[in-house]
Design a protein around this ligand. Structure first.
Ligand code: C2E
Ligand code: MG
Ligand code: MG
Ligand code: MG
Length: 282
């Protein structure tokens, strides 16, 4: 808004915008410093195979441990990390951390466990992505066939030509592919059929209203039956109640993830979870 100044000059100045810009700049500096200090690490959330009740693996979810002792969740730093390109460094740190940790759990005898990692759209567009992942697998010795790369449905639909060739290259390396937050984007059946996809993750916004809500129930059932037609597995994210789990079991959803089984945990807690976990009942 333009204000007439007392001595005849105009200031084009929106105080709310200034604070935002300023906050972003401060935050960007903090992020840059944090990336330099390796303050990002992986938390681990279990993924359960519904049929067998077994633990199928862990999803690595980024957390920022600030030197003031606070832990910052991804929603608060990933948007800016994407805008500034810092997501490339941060993402690599999280994946490296997770691959190393997973190898320790494999060495402890849990060598069937898979690892899922999230790739944002900027990471996915990065021409160096395949080399980075190949180098990380070499460096950490984590087996490619136990790695799943999760990309959101909207990132996958951004540039379908690029998506197709990148997914094919990942697949050729033996890596599995999951479409995250499925149902929130606009993918057509045609693309899903062409993309080499192993798993669709039903977005938690559809799961939260189950089993009571008729629309949510219809959407979840449609995703499950469509994926069966396409020979793709399905996972439900955000499963918080026994009823939601039972719904997924009845409709033959393959995997489930959510607070009902476990929240994202630091490595030590996740390790205990893994060694205690036997089988999901019901
Ligand atoms: P996402 O990959 O879809 O992960 C699922 C999110 O849902 C996680 O939030 C998880 O904590 C939360 N969640 C899991 N179970 C439940 C549940 O039962 N109820 C509810 N209400 N929430 C549940 P989080 O950890 O805050 O991560 C948010 C998003 O940030 C992730 O969504 C992912 O898109 C992104 N992200 C996380 N880590 C990374 C990373 O290392 N790299 C990139 N590029 N993105 C990441
Ligand atoms: Mg995910
Ligand atoms: Mg998701
Ligand atoms: Mg999400």
């Amino acid at each position: 808004q333009a204000k007439g100044g007392r001595n005849g000059h105009f200031a084009f100045f929106d105080p709310t915008m200034d604070t935002r810009l300023h906050k972003d700049m401060v935050m960007e500096n903090h992020l840059r410093r944090a990336a330099h200090l390796h303050e990002f690490q992986a938390y681990y959330q279990p993924l359960v195979e519904i049929d067998s009740g077994r633990l199928s693996g862990m999803e690595a979810l980024a957390r920022w441990h600030r030197d003031d002792g606070t832990t910052v969740p991804p929603d608060e730093f990933i948007p800016l990390a994407e805008k500034t390109g810092l997501i490339l460094t941060i993402g690599e740190q999280v994946i490296r951390d997770a691959c190393r940790q997973m190898c320790r759990w494999h060495a402890d005898g849990f060598d069937h466990l898979g690892l899922s990692v999230n790739i944002s759209s900027i990471q996915f567009q990065d021409p160096g992505l395949l080399d980075r992942i190949r180098a990380l697998l070499d460096e950490t010795t984590f087996p490619a066939h136990l790695l799943t790369v999760e990309i959101t449905e909207s990132a996958a639909m951004d540039n379908v030509g690029h998506t197709l060739s990148t997914l094919q290259s990942l697949r050729a390396m033996g890596i599995k592919i999951a479409i995250d937050d499925f149902g929130t984007g606009y993918s057509s059946l045609g693309y899903l059929k062409r993309f080499p996809v192993d798993l669709l993750k039903i977005d938690k916004s559809f799961v939260v209203d189950l089993p009571g809500d008729a629309d949510a129930s219809a959407i979840a059932q449609t995703i499950i039956s469509m994926s069966r037609t396409l020979n793709i597995q399905v996972a439900a994210e955000g499963v918080e109640t026994e009823e939601q789990y039972r719904f997924m079991k009845e409709h033959q959803c393959h995997k489930a993830q959510g607070f009902l089984f476990g929240r994202p945990m630091v490595a030590a807690a996740a390790g205990e979870f893994i060694s205690r976990f036997r089988q999901m009942r019901t």
